[in-house]
Design a protein around this ligand. Structure first.
Ligand code: FA5
Length: 351
């Protein structure tokens, strides 16, 4: 707003009066400003580059020399007062904000729960099994998922064209390299590197051409065990399994061996545990049998010892391979193995 100040004022008194009035109007506008935006508009109107005070001060040089100091002083005082009031009001308006937030904050609303991560049931089962076998004196070793055909088959007494190859059929990378179809090749790798006595467990991922169903998956996990020494017997195998299964599934768990066949063990057995869902009474999950298959086991075949340069006349040993995914299912009450691989947090979050 242009003011009739500069050239129009002829007396000091008139100009001082004008400054006082401008100051009064500014202070009123500051008090009436309800928001920071209103306040900013007032600041621009009075103290801005083209504001009212700028115009007032522009008139001072035209005054007679003896009047300039008094008017200049009055103008500076007025501008200072406006600035101070602007700052004070700004603080007032700023301070009012948190108060409004405080009033609308309901402390009874439940907080947002942070999402905690946890281990996958297969990982948990693997860690627990490793821990149990470690306490029984087994050392943990690892082998590669990509394996030589020789270690997966030939050295385990499964020569080319042997029908047992079908049970362990897998994915070939090239002619003599494949994705291991069980953890048993780690037996071969370990025995080739060490002399008896030895007691090892080898957990890891394995691959098969199996079609997925409630208890099979084409990628799953096993934990292999191997104990070799003089005078190891089937009783050692049975006692080790009994102790480990009771530690993992609970003290009432029963273990039984059914005669079976694996080319790398003789005799061989499928090992069942009493059904964890019905406690052995028979239910839908165990097909009414009261038992569920968990692992394959046996006494190491002399041909395997020969393949790794151990003396089969001197040493005996037991070995087994346990399905970790199945162990996790029976332990955590999951009736379909596929659920373990869906990664649905609604299921995993309950375990
Ligand atoms: C073997 O893999 C033998 N290597 C085990 C063994 C080791 C025997 C040492 C003797 C000495 P089998 O194919 O039965 O055996 O598999 C062992 C366990 O792996 C089964 O009992 C089961 O718990 C699990 N398993 C087998 N196939 C699958 C699959 N497709 N999905 C999930 N778990 C499986």
């Amino acid at each position: 707003m242009p003011l009739p100040c500069a050239a129009g004022f002829t007396s000091r008194a008139a100009m001082i009066e004008e400054i006082k009035q401008a100051k009064a109007r500014a202070l009123r506008a500051i008090q009436q400003a309800a928001t920071a935006d209103d306040l900013e508009k007032v600041r621009i109107q009075y103290l801005g580059r083209k504001g009212i005070f700028k115009d007032l001060l522009a008139g001072i040089p035209q005054l007679p020399a003896d009047q300039k100091p008094a008017v200049g002083k009055e103008a500076n005082l007025a501008r200072k007062a406006v600035e101070e009031n602007l700052n004070a009001r700004k603080n007032q308006l700023g301070a009012a904000k948190p108060k409004a937030v405080k009033e609308t904050f309901d402390i009874t609303i439940p907080g947002t729960r942070p999402q905690y991560g946890r281990l996958h049931p297969i990982t948990r089962a693997a860690y627990e099994l490793i821990d149990i076998f470690a306490r029984l004196g087994f050392e943990v070793v690892y082998g590669p998922e990509m394996e030589l055909e020789r270690n997966n088959f030939d050295a385990l007494n499964i020569p080319q064209e042997h029908p047992a190859r079908d049970d362990f059929d897998t994915f070939f990378i090239q002619d003599d390299i494949l994705l291991r179809s069980h953890t048993s090749p780690v037996q071969i790798r370990t025995m080739q590197q060490r002399k008896p006595p030895l007691r090892i467990v080898a957990p890891g991922k394995v691959f098969r051409r199996d079609t997925p169903d409630a208890s099979h998956y084409p990628v799953f996990h096993q934990i292999e065990a191997l104990a070799v020494d003089e005078n190891i017997t089937l009783a050692d195998l049975k006692a080790t399994l009994d102790t480990a299964m009771k530690a993992f599934f609970g003290p009432d768990t029963q273990t039984r061996m059914r005669p079976s066949f694996f080319p790398f063990t003789e005799p061989s057995a499928e090992v069942d545990i009493s059904c964890t869902f019905c406690g052995g009474k028979g239910c839908k999950t165990c097909g009414g049998k009261g038992w569920t298959e968990l692992l394959g086991a046996g006494m190491v075949d002399p041909n395997v010892f020969k393949a790794v340069g151990y003396d089969p006349e001197k040493y005996t040993g037991f070995a087994f391979g346990l399905g970790i995914d199945r162990a996790a299912m029976y332990r955590f009450g999951i009736t379909d193995i596929r659920l373990l691989f869906d990664n649905d947090l609604r299921l995993l979050g309950q375990l």
